[in-house]
Design a protein around this ligand. Structure first.
Ligand SMILES: *Cc1c(COP(=O)(O)O)cnc(C)c1O
Length: 406
């Protein structure tokens, strides 16, 4: 599609604001929102050529839209990818990737601490169609290598993970994948291209939930894959066309505008999260804090090298309790004590949000899968937003101080 031409060599911060589809004949400075499901064709001949893919031009809303294309171009340029293809949600982007790359009899190696719905999709839903999978400990490079089989087509990691913020070595996993003739996909939802660009580290495909930091203010659902032009045209676009997991133009427009402030939000929220994490480590009711920016984090050095020196906006903490039941009750008590922060299973928002992963994002897993993912009953995940730091701490303190003494 005809897209806005910019001089080469611009920095990602500039591309986040300037990379877009062409302006319309009206010269609007803010990118236009094209709400249309169909496109008037100049001639029957041109229409036939467009539908056949021989000529550029929009044909039908399920296949493409100028606002959606603008979002895809901007995200791809920020990730340093050739191209991007968007979808209605992060999970539908992952589904599109799997449907495009895998068939019955193929094998996938996945981190066992991936997002809960990803584990469900690959481990259960795709298993119905004959796709095999092995789930390995995220940070154990040897376990990834050992899990590879002759029919392995895809390695899929998420770094940092939700909710434990485990970090994996993208370059090391890319090496394992490529030696096995497989591809490496990385879910870059937590770090975003503002902190981490997996393709520059050897990853082949990036998956995104645009719902999170790309939007940044908790408004719409969106998802995307970033990879080569060829893979998108040959593998993913056909799935989108027949599967119909198309991103709505309005949602694309919201996320497109969200990208403009991604860099400053990620840096500011990372700084806030680090301050909250350091403070939480000193609270007597908290057994453990998981945050890549803390020196106590097992992959702290790797995270700092791989993530532009930032830990990201999400941390998790384990509330104390003598038994799992008591830890769960204490965590619930803290969650129910909030007066400023929201009890809300989302992240990537400028509002600080708290969630109980064991009963929400990881609630559909079996107890064994939950244990493997390290999601204990006392765990609370915090998306650290942009409220004043003192107000965030005071709200949490209100929860801690009213706990029955642990
Ligand atoms: C939320 C999330 C997803 C799924 O995205 P949706 O937009 O909710 O479908 C995938 N991966 C990670 C790491 C997430 O946090």
């Amino acid at each position: 599609m005809a897209l806005h031409s910019l001089p080469p060599g611009l920095h990602p911060d500039t591309l986040a604001i300037r990379s877009a589809a062409d302006r319309s004949q009206y010269g609007e400075n803010s990118e236009a929102l094209y709400l249309t499901s169909g496109y008037v064709q100049p001639s029957a001949q041109a229409s036939a050529a467009r539908f056949a893919g021989d000529e550029d031009g929009f044909t039908y809303g399920r296949y493409g839209n100028p606002t959606v294309a603008g979002f895809e171009q901007r995200l791809a340029s920020m990730e340093g990818a050739e191209a991007s293809i968007s979808s209605a949600s992060g999970m539908s982007a992952i589904l599109m990737m799997c449907m495009g790359l895998l068939q019955s009899g193929d094998h996938v190696v996945c981190s066992q601490s991936m997002f809960g719905s990803t584990i469900k999709l690959i481990g259960s839903d795709l298993a119905k169609f004959g796709v095999q999978s092995t789930f390995v400990p995220q940070t154990d490079v040897d376990a990834w290598r050992a899990a590879v089989r002759p029919n392995t087509k895809l390695l899929f990691a998420e770094t940092p993970t939700n909710p434990l913020t485990e970090v994996c070595d993208i370059a090391a996993l890319a090496d394992i994948a490529h030696k096995a003739g497989a591809l490496l996909a990385v879910d870059n939802c937590f770090a975003t291209p503002a902190l981490q660009r997996p393709i520059s580290l050897g990853a082949d495909i990036i998956t995104h939930s645009g719902t999170k930091f790309l939007d940044g203010q908790g408004r719409v659902m969106a998802g995307a894959l970033c990879t080569t032009e060829q893979r998108i045209t040959e593998k993913f676009l056909p799935v989108l066309k027949s599967g119909g997991m198309t991103l709505a133009p309005f949602n694309a427009w919201v996320v497109l505008k969200g990208l403009e402030t991604l860099g400053i939000r990620m840096k500011a929220q990372s700084a806030q999260a680090l301050a909250v994490a350091q403070w939480l480590e000193q609270q007597s009711q908290v057994a453990r804090v998981f945050y890549p920016g803390l020196p106590s984090h097992p992959q702290h050095a790797l995270a700092m090298a791989q993530q532009n020196g930032c830990g990201g906006a999400v941390l998790s903490m384990e509330i104390k309790g003598f038994t799992p039941e008591q830890a769960r009750a204490n965590a619930f008590h803290v969650l129910d004590s909030m007066r400023v922060l929201s009890l809300c299973t989302n992240l990537g928002d400028t509002k600080s949000l708290l969630a109980h992963p064991a009963s929400t994002s990881h609630g559909r897993l079996t107890e064994a899968q939950r244990q493997a993912a390290g999601v204990v009953q006392g765990m609370i995940r915090v998306n650290v937003g942009l409220e004043h730091l003192d107000d965030i701490k005071n709200d949490l303190l209100r929860g801690f101080e009213s706990l029955p003494s642990a």
